[in-house]
Design a protein around this ligand. Structure first.
Ligand SMILES: [Fe+2]
Length: 195
């Protein structure tokens, strides 16, 4: 369960409203996994609702950055993060098909979205908001982007971000190991064919 607090606020009304809605949908998804099964329509409807809403939010955020004249170096990184989130969540949801995998995959999905939203909102979304404010106060997009390196995070935020990034890193590592195992198995089959 991800609980909203002022730490997540960007002070951009639309963005904060949409982030709160994403928290709500994540918690709804977590509940639907606890109550549902792979054959449950409710699980897929809730998952689809979260993916659709995240997609809409990313489009709005990207439009806001362009309209606010945020430096393209930042916009490109943020766009890439948005695309990679949608790719990953779609990919993971494709593995929710059997009763055996369902519990494990659904827990991973909730953990992934929780960590991703925490890291993304406390990190790149706050950086976006800081640049928008700086530009509104007369900085050029380049100055606003370059001044990000001097931003100081408080200890609690740094702690939350580190926990989230470690969680995401562990999940990526696990996926790499699974891929390596599959590759080894394929190589063994190929070797056996050539003998
Ligand atoms: Fe966002």
């Amino acid at each position: 369960m991800l609980v909203w607090s002022d730490r997540f606020a960007t002070n951009i009304e639309l963005v904060d409203l949409q982030h709160k809605k994403l928290f709500e949908l994540l918690n709804k998804l977590s509940d639907s996994f606890k109550q549902g099964s792979p054959s449950d329509v409710m699980v897929y409807e809730t998952l689809q609702e979260l993916m659709d809403y995240a997609d809409k939010h990313f489009v709005d955020e990207e439009l806001l950055m362009v309209q606010s004249k945020v430096d393209p170096r930042h916009i490109n990184i943020q766009r890439m993060e948005h695309r990679s989130f949608l790719y990953d969540i779609k990919n993971m949801s494709g593995h929710l098909c059997t009763e055996d995998d369902f519990k494990e995959v659904s827990e991973k999905l909730v953990c992934f979205v929780t960590s991703w939203l925490t890291f993304h909102i406390l990190g790149i979304d706050q950086a976006m908001a800081a640049q928008i404010v700086a530009i509104q106060h007369g900085a050029t997009p380049e100055q606003a982007y370059d001044s990000l390196s001097t931003v100081k995070y408080d200890a609690a935020v740094t702690h939350l971000m580190l926990d989230s990034v470690m969680e995401l890193w562990h999940m990526s590592l696990e996926r790499c190991h699974r891929l390596e195992d599959k590759l080894d198995a394929l190589n063994e089959v190929a070797d056996a064919k050539h003998q």
